[in-house]
Ligand binder design. Sequence first.
Ligand code: HEC
Length: 245
Amino acid sequence: MTQTSLSWRMATGVAATVLALYASPVMAGNEAEVAEHLIELVKIGRGVLSEQMKNINDPAKADKGFTGDYMSSQVVERFKKSTKLDLRIPNVVPQANLYLALVQAEKEVVDEAQPIINKPGISFKGFIPAVFARRVGEQFYKKSGVRMKLTGIDYRNANNKPDDFEAEVLRMFNDPRHPKGQSYVRNTMVDGKPVLRMMDPEYAGPTCLGCHGSPKGDRDVTGMKKEGWKEGELAGAISVVLPLK
Ligand code: HEC
């Protein structure tokens, strides 16, 4: 399928979605899988952005050729590779509308960042995977009523602050007895309504330490104080709150 028809499908698909979603929260039974897929879509988008950091922060270049369409087509393609679900054929994918709303949010966040991405003459532009994830979560919530965020114990951005549930699960993830990489899922209530909550832990890799590593308290390239993380330590988690029927 060509890129044009993909974008067209996504544009039209998503418009229909937003209305359909409010009327039909996720059916009981497969919610955990749906939450896993949403997390996968965010991770893929962050991965696509990570690969572009050098390009985006190249002061010698204006147009970077890194567009929202590129983001959405890459996310759809890689999601198919990892899950076998093809969002280009949404009628055969359960919850495709919800997934496409998230892909659309990822596209929009990259589109909205075009002025800074394509600004010549400056290197570091601040459009990093964590900022992308936060904006995508905010945009996706408006479209779907599903909350998604990147959170952590020693959070930098107040919008990423863990709520009580998240803080408790982060403490559990931080316990050496917790099996590394194992996510946490629970059906519970938020504001008197049934939800499924899922959290997926993330650990500090070598590429994170330039900003979050040592020496603790020194300023990173963004001007914020480094946390002093060591490689392999818990960095935070992706958190999903999925409303249920
Ligand atoms: C270029 C510097 C930089 C790098 C590299 C970086 N981060 Fe961050 N990170 C930030 C900034 C800045 C924020 C705050 C983003 C925001 O405004 O929401 C952040 C936020 C986060 C958060 C959300 C909680 C919070 O602090 O608000 C997590 C979790 C996180 N980073 C993990 C990682 C991991 C894991 C890596 C490596 C894969 C990584 N970061 C690489 C700068 C960086």
